[in-house]
Design a protein. Structure first.
Length: 298
């Protein structure tokens, strides 16, 4: 039984060091088929009322980090709209059940963030279904490893930018139709923004763009009482890694090169998103909170 995030414990041992077997899933991967399974906090995240009554839209909320954030938000008292790809229905249904069992509403809104119409509609449907919108988490992303730039084709380059950064611009802009003073936006960026792996040229570039966009939009919206921040995860064990996010040979050692010596679990990211969404972070704007097991970052 996992211990909750408020219990005194050694971070080295809070979760076991994992050595994932080589495995492959078609993009997008499913948490349901990931080996080993991840901890998204369903048995451990304990809320303390920090998001009571909030209405949140979370993209990529079916699995991995987004799923852990969705569970944490619900346990903190928020109702949650989940955006994900139709192929991820199984994962989304599971997270929806966890949210409902936590006593909150889960609204399922499948669609493709590469589609401009969906980027707008998902926001309006979330606001209609939850009775308003005051928290947005732009967390969806795609990551496809390509060793040599000659093999990185135009289509992948465009698609990675479309999903990872253009959708953030589109969804955030649409959300401003609903966000009132006090509302928040949190974007998922990455340690790749400063420390790019040579096989993730397109992906890492979008993450640097997300950091920059966060700082610009944060300044623009601050006078309107809307705060924009980002979270930069390090190596977190999620379906992204096995659906060609990493070279297959790298999977068994995933996350072992961090100062903490192990990969992170999705639930370890959730408190950062909760903090940046909660009113207690009212003076924090345009910030990127690094959650990466100790690797130095600017
Ligand atoms: P994940 O695969 O569980 O989540 C990514 C989600 O993005 C998918 O579940 C999917 O719903 C969504 N998505 C992808 N393409 C989409 C599209 N076209 N339309 C709609 N949704 C789409 O993996 P994760 O690791 O939890 O990733 C969440 C975020 O965290 C991503 O932005 C990722 O870049 C970032 N991140 C992850 C790590 C890590 O080590 N896992 C590290 C740094 C940053
Ligand atoms: Mg998924």
């Amino acid at each position: 039984m996992a211990t909750d995030q408020l219990t005194f414990q050694n971070p080295v041992e809070r979760f076991p060091e994992i050595t994932p077997p080589k495995q492959d899933q078609a993009e997008p991967g499913l948490d349901a088929e990931l080996v080993p399974q991840t901890d998204r906090g369903e048995h451990s995240y304990r809320g303390t009322g920090r998001l009571q009554g909030r209405r949140a839209l979370i993209t990529g909320a079916d699995s991995g980090i987004g799923a852990a954030v969705a569970i944490a938000f619900a346990r903190e008292g928020a109702d949650v709209a989940l955006s994900y790809l139709p192929a991820e229905e199984e994962d989304a249904q599971y997270i929806s059940r966890v949210i409902e069992e936590s006593g909150r509403t889960a609204l399922l809104l499948p669609g493709d963030l590469a589609d401009a119409e969906y980027c707008s509609a998902v926001v309006d449907e979330a606001a209609a279904g939850l009775g308003g919108l005051d928290a947005l988490v732009n967390n969806a992303g795609r990551q496809i490893s390509v060793e040599q730039v000659e093999d990185l084709d135009d289509e992948q380059w465009a698609s990675t930018f479309e999903v990872n950064i253009r959708a953030i611009y589109r969804v955030s802009k649409a959300a401003l139709r609903h966000l009132e003073p006090g509302a928040t936006i949190v974007n998922s960026t990455s340690i790749q923004a400063y420390n790019p792996s040579p096989h993730l040229l397109d992906y890492a570039s979008t993450k640097a763009a997300i950091n920059n966009f966060t700082k610009g939009l944060g300044q623009q919206l601050a006078p309107r009482g809307i705060r924009v921040n980002a979270v930069a995860p390090g190596p977190i064990w999620t379906p992204l890694q096995v659906s060609d996010g990493q070279p297959k040979d790298a999977l068994p050692d995933f996350g072992k090169n961090t100062p903490l010596g192990r990969a992170g679990q999705p639930t370890e990211l959730a408190p950062a998103y909760v903090f940046l969404t909660s009113p207690e972070s009212s003076y924090v704007i345009g910030e990127t909170l690094n959650v990466n097991g100790g690797t130095p970052s600017p």
